[in-house]
Design a protein around this ligand. Structure first.
Ligand SMILES: Nc1nc2c(ncn2[C@@H]2O[C@H](COP(=O)(O)OP(=O)(O)OP(=O)(O)O)[C@@H](O)[C@H]2O)c(=O)[nH]1
Ligand SMILES: [Mg+2]
Length: 166
């Protein structure tokens, strides 16, 4: 009982264009994760996750605003993260680069990171390239590959444990 009540609660918003792999990432964490609308509740590594999925093709501030108000109200202040999911194509990575300022405005005091997904496909930007372009911590991933679950969890742990002074 005691342990359950003290379980770490983490909220993650997965934001990205259609079909970049947001749902696949949730399923990589927990293949049985059941969604309620576009939020998922799951347990992994003794952490209780609420994961929100937001599809946006242009990161338009108006749409981000509606979503972020809800996300910021319903997530624990010091344990929330916005992870932008990319298909790691040049077009998508540059679109994200130009959206970072809107994301920062819509999600004040929230840590931002990127998952550079679909690394198994041709001509994908590596995490180093994505980091150089966006200046955000980036994980290279192929979310359809079940063996990469540990890498995903390590990245999330790294985000949780790195103190950014926010
Ligand atoms: N090759 C490859 N395909 C992937 C990868 N991740 C996801 N996919 C595929 O991409 C397609 C879209 O994945 P979803 O997880 O549904 O993408 P989504 O971002 O949730 O899409 P929407 O909810 O429609 O916005 C599916 O066919 C996945 O199997 C990956 O790393 N590599
Ligand atoms: Mg989806």
């Amino acid at each position: 009982m005691f342990e359950i009540r003290n379980k770490k609660q983490v909220a993650i918003a997965l934001i990205g264009d259609s079909k970049v792999g947001k749902t696949t990432i949730v399923k990589l964490l927990d293949k049985d994760a059941k969604g309620r609308g576009t939020t998922y509740q799951l347990e992994a590594e003794n952490i209780s996750f609420t994961i929100w999925e937001l599809r946006t093709s242009s990161f338009e501030p108006q749409m981000l605003g509606v979503f972020s108000t809800s996300f910021l109200n319903k997530s624990p202040k010091f344990n929330r993260y916005v992870i932008v999911v990319s298909d790691s194509s040049k077009e998508d990575v540059y679109k994200i680069k130009y959206s970072v300022k809107f994301l920062r405005r819509a999600f004040p005091n929230t840590r931002l990171a990127i998952i550079a997904n679909k690394q198994d496909l041709e001509e994908r930007f590596s995490s180093r390239r994505v980091e150089r372009v966006t200046k955000l911590p980036t994980l290279e991933l192929s979310a359809i590959d079940q063996t990469q679950r540990g890498r995903l969890l390590n990245f999330i742990s790294y985000l949780i444990e790195s103190d950014t002074g926010l």
